[in-house]
Write a protein that binds this ligand. Structure first.
Ligand code: SF4
Length: 333
């Protein structure tokens, strides 16, 4: 891990990154650093060593230990619209000298309140909404590039589910450099366009928090099914069009109620011809409760998988995935 510099602002969740860029800050999504670390499991244990309870979500523990190891001095904490655990996480980090900048998405969704929250964040970081709006326009081509990677996944069938996941989930901070991210994404597209279409007969949607486990996508593809829709990852990428910053962050379904998610998933099911859905739930996460609502409202075969800590896809989950895909196959999906 590279130590954080003075420009770095750690993120606990996707926030209006345009405002950070307008302020000359370097966004660093602590989730991404944590989960791509070779020591992800050790980071969770480290947080437990520093007092985080066993029955607390491993993402929170991973974020904490990552921020600590990197020496991040400023963190934007999103409690409302992401996770109430972030309240306590922010308190612990603040007690260790980290500057905490609160950003909360309004609940229920409210454009005027969202505009006020964006403005407050801009002022706190010493910039303006006009400057952030200019950054939004500057990022539009990159967001279109990411939307093209998504289209190549479900329409042209030339991009794997895990590749889709990786490109879209990384858009919360663009790896700290939108220019580099854009160049690499363009190069990826060039290469993906030359591939022959993939032939997995079953098409799946992946719902919920990005997986904390390894190997889920590859194992799914080994069974003849491919993820062609990554719900939250796609949301993080904020595909255009949007009129302005407020519109963009009003369209973003992640921070608000389940109804917006249901509408988004239903659209994907129809457009991408999804045969089934895999709902990932994180142990000790409040979003697990929404599993019931998604089942009731989506009307598509759905497998719910729960994980706690980083590590390879476990045996019981492999068995359940096999049985689910066999069931879809038998239905002649
Ligand atoms: S997985 Fe759930 S509990 Fe964990 S940080 Fe995310 S929203 Fe919070």
């Amino acid at each position: 891990m590279r130590p954080a510099d003075a420009q770095t602002i750690g993120l606990t969740a996707t926030v209006p990154v345009e405002i950070l860029l307008a302020a000359g800050a370097r966004p660093l999504d602590l989730n991404n650093v944590f989960i791509t670390s070779a020591e992800a499991k050790a980071l969770v244990a480290e947080a437990e060593h520093y007092g985080f309870p066993i029955n607390c979500c491993a993402w929170i523990k991973g974020i904490y230990a990552t921020a600590r190891r990197l020496g991040v001095r400023r963190v934007i904490g999103v409690a409302q619209g992401d996770c109430s655990n972030t309240h306590a996480l922010a308190e612990v980090l603040a007690s260790e000298g980290v500057e905490i900048i609160a950003f909360n998405y309004p609940y229920p969704t409210d454009a005027a309140l969202l505009a006020a929250a964006l403005d407050a964040l801009a002022r706190r970081l010493g910039t303006t909404l006009d400057a952030a709006e200019a950054e939004r326009r500057r990022l539009e081509p990159l967001r279109r590039t990411l939307a093209e990677i998504d289209r190549l996944t479900w329409r042209e069938n030339t991009v794997a589910g895990e590749e889709n996941h990786r490109w879209l989930v990384g858009s919360s901070d663009f790896g700290g450099s939108p220019e580099t991210y854009a160049a690499e994404a363009e190069a990826f597209i060039e290469e993906a366009r030359r591939r022959p279409p993939r032939r997995e007969p079953l098409r799946l949607g992946y719902l919920g928090i990005p997986p904390i486990c390894d190997g889920l996508y590859a194992f799914t593809e080994s069974l003849g099914a491919r993820v062609v829709f990554n719900e939250f990852q796609r949301q993080f990428s904020m595909p255009p069009p949007a009129r302005d910053l407020v519109d963009q962050y009003m369209r973003y379904t992640y921070p608000y109620g389940v109804a917006g998610r249901v509408a988004d998933i239903r659209h994907a099911v129809a457009e991408r011809r999804l045969d089934g859905l895999v709902h990932y739930v994180q142990s000790f996460c409040f979003r697990h409760i929404q599993d019931r609502l998604l089942r009731e409202r989506l009307g598509v075969p759905m497998l719910t998988l729960e994980f706690d800590r980083p590590g390879p896809l476990d045996g019981p989950s492999r068995t359940r995935l096999e049985a689910f895909i066999e069931m879809l196959d038998a239905r002649g999906a």
